[in-house]
Design a protein around this ligand. Structure first.
Ligand SMILES: [Zn+2]
Length: 234
């Protein structure tokens, strides 16, 4: 990249918002409509079946989503697979969530793409899955809410684990405590679906807690992004 440090845009690793500002680059998670219409985001896109969708869509609809995601992956249109995951706050469809997570995991492995993971009270599920499946691509835990032990266990078993934070820096004391303990080379920041803060605001909050120079924070996150990007992607 030929930009000087202070011109580096803010990288937003996970967003459902649209219309990013000129000083940011986003990985946008495709909505159902975008997925069906094959409408990709201008920067980078990721596509997956959110665990909550298991409540809202039929098996036929979910099969159609799978076909679309597979085609996008085959055509090398995706930066990552996801978000996918296990949400124990939605226990009725846990078996289906797990089955879908394994489908996404296989896809990420086949196409060597990062996996964007939604994890709610399911840290031990993922530790077990890592032991069994030994993933080879980056796992990005978005809006990570685990504690330090879980983070260290994930890193020990799968060193390509990444932890992304957003609005929770403001509203979760646990996240504020954890953030300085996350290795900088395993850190991302995100807006997710919250409406009030843009990615610049999230970086300012992280900068204050980490007591790190903003340009260093931005360049480290860009390094992380380059590291997990598939080599055929730009
Ligand atoms: Zn999300």
């Amino acid at each position: 990249m030929s930009l000087t440090l202070n011109q580096l845009p803010y990288l937003d690793i996970h967003t459902h918002r649209r219309g990013s500002t000129t000083d940011s680059v986003s990985v946008a998670c495709l909505s159902v409509d975008e997925l069906i219409q094959g409408q990709l985001f201008k920067d980078h896109s990721c596509a997956g079946i959110h665990p909550w969708w298991t409540e809202d869509y039929t098996q036929e609809e979910i099969s159609a989503f799978k076909e679309r995601i597979l085609k996008l992956a085959q055509d090398q249109r995706l930066w990552a697979i996801g978000e996918t995951g296990i949400d124990r706050a939605y226990p009725e469809f846990l078996d289906l969530q797990r089955e879908l997570f394994f489908w996404h995991l296989d896809l990420a492995e086949n196409y060597q793409l990062p996996l964007v993971i939604h994890s709610v009270r399911s840290g031990s599920d993922f530790l077990q899955i890592i032991k069994e499946r030994k993933p080879t691509t980056a796992w990005i835990f978005h809006d990570f809410r685990g504690n330090e032990n879980l983070m260290r266990d994930l890193l020990r078993l799968h060193p390509q684990s990444y932890f992304s934070f957003g609005m929770s820096i403001d509203n979760s004391p646990q996240v504020r405590e954890l953030l300085p303990l996350v290795p900088l080379q395993n850190l991302f920041l995100e807006t997710d679906d919250q409406k009030h803060l843009d990615i610049h605001d999230i970086y300012v909050r992280a900068e204050n807690i980490l007591k790190i120079d903003m340009d260093l924070l931005k360049s480290q996150i860009w390094l992380n992004f380059k590291k997990v990007s598939h080599t055929s992607q730009n």
